[in-house]
Design a protein around this ligand. Structure first.
Ligand code: RM4
Ligand code: MN
Ligand code: MN
Length: 406
């Protein structure tokens, strides 16, 4: 077990936190209630456009992807919800899929339609110049609403590859009109029990003008659609240097923060393990998410594991989320407010650093133990032989040419 996780360390930490006026029980209770949604596609094959390295033991279908998600939940105690992607997760019998999830103690999270792989979508989907292609795209979105209802899911999570690669390729105004018209038709069919999440992305696969390039564009569309349309922030979908935590605040204030796609990046949409490159940014995001006692929005992981073992990568992501949340809960909010009121520039900054630099691993381990999960999930996973059993049952490795979702 890493040094940070033993019980002596917990007792020392709890004493120190109490001495500093922190309500340790309240922090532990909030942490125990954290719910992370993991993505079915993060367990299956994914790669880069260069190659997809098939890992031994990779799940062969959505049922096995749910099995892997259940293992992540068993170890972390915090991941009882799974986001699905259609048609990647398509099955003949949706009731059987729902029953399988329930047997595993899981719920189905957001349903993610796929409008970027069919050859018809070469020039876009809901903003495509050809009305027949737009109709096909809308039909898929309506089908996903139906699927979500059957699976007990509360959200449609929409991301569009739509956009143009060259100036003059298509008319920007017309594209916006088509996008709005298609989404109005979709929103009208979304039942009260579901919300519509709109994810933005500045580029890729469209390299000149993505139709929903930023949070402002997504927000404006949501405001046109209705109250249950909200913006989804993917941490890999901003230009370098963007202050994501400030976007969190603005959207939350407008009641338009639908949720997150957590991952981490160094350069672009790298889809690396949450908190692996920039844990401070993750902490600051949680500081804004928890400001003023706001309820947390939907918190989903969106990762593509190319070279790392997928279940372990997901476990590590959930652990990093638990730690970021725990640290945000430890911020001394009244001391922070006092420093801010007094104009004590670095005093406020130091209050954040106090929390960020606290080693919360013993506290998280204790909360996991209370949930019946593992104190040290990565070590428990490695010791369990889960990966070896999956490899024996599901088969071996191979490399295929590039491409996603195979
Ligand atoms: C996109 C975006 C979406 C995801 C696809 C596969 O970059 O992050 O959320 O569904 O990738
Ligand atoms: Mn995403
Ligand atoms: Mn992405």
């Amino acid at each position: 077990m890493p040094e940070g996780m033993n019980m002596d360390n917990y007792n020392q930490l709890a004493r120190r936190l109490r001495d500093g006026g922190r309500d340790v029980e309240a922090v532990e209770a909030a942490l125990a209630g954290l719910t992370i949604e993991t993505p079915s596609w993060g367990y299956g094959d994914s790669g880069t456009r260069f190659a997809t390295f098939r890992q031994p033991g990779r799940p062969r279908d959505v049922f096995e992807r749910l099995d892997d998600a259940a293992e992540v939940h068993r170890l972390t105690g915090t991941a009882p919800v799974v986001a699905l992607h259609f048609p990647w997760d398509a099955v003949d019998d949706l009731d059987a899929l729902r029953a399988h999830a329930e047997r595993l103690g899981l719920r189905i999270g957001a349903v993610n339609p796929n409008l970027f792989q069919d050859p018809a979508y070469r020039l876009g989907s809901i903003a495509h110049p050809d009305e027949h292609v737009r109709a096909k795209a809308v039909e898929h979105l309506l089908e996903c609403i139906e699927i979500a209802s059957r699976l007990g899911s509360g959200a449609q999570s929409l991301w569009f590859a739509d956009g143009t690669n060259y100036p003059g390729q298509d008319d920007l105004t017309s594209r916006r009109h088509r996008l709005l018209e298609s989404l109005r038709e979709v929103y009208a069919a979304v039942p009260e029990s579901q919300e519509l999440l709109l994810e933005y992305k500045p580029f890729e696969p469209a390299f000149y003008a993505a139709d929903l390039a930023d949070w402002g564009s997504a927000l404006l569309v949501c405001q046109r659609l209705g109250d249950r349309a909200r913006v989804l922030i993917d941490l890999g979908h901003h230009p370098q240097g963007t202050n994501v935590e400030q976007i969190v605040t603005i959207l939350a204030e407008e009641n338009r923060l639908g949720g997150f796609h957590f991952n981490n990046r160094k350069y672009a949409d790298d889809d690396l393990v949450v908190g692996s490159v920039n844990p401070f940014e993750l902490f600051l995001i949680f500081c804004e998410l928890t400001a003023g006692g706001r309820p947390l929005p939907r918190l989903t992981v969106d990762q593509a594991h190319n070279v790392e073992p997928k279940v372990e990568a997901m476990v590590l992501s959930v652990l990093n989320l638990q730690e970021a949340y725990a640290k945000a809960l430890l911020v001394d909010r009244s001391a922070l407010a006092e420093a801010q009121t007094e104009g004590d520039v670095l005093g406020g900054h130091e209050r954040l650093l106090d929390a960020f630099q606290t080693d919360v691993r013993p506290l998280c381990a204790r909360v996991r133990a209370g949930l019946g999960a593992a104190e040290d999930p990565v070590a428990a996973l490695r010791a369990s032989g889960y990966a070896g059993r999956a490899a024996a049952e599901r088969g071996g490795a191979a490399t295929v040419a590039g491409g996603w979702g195979r």
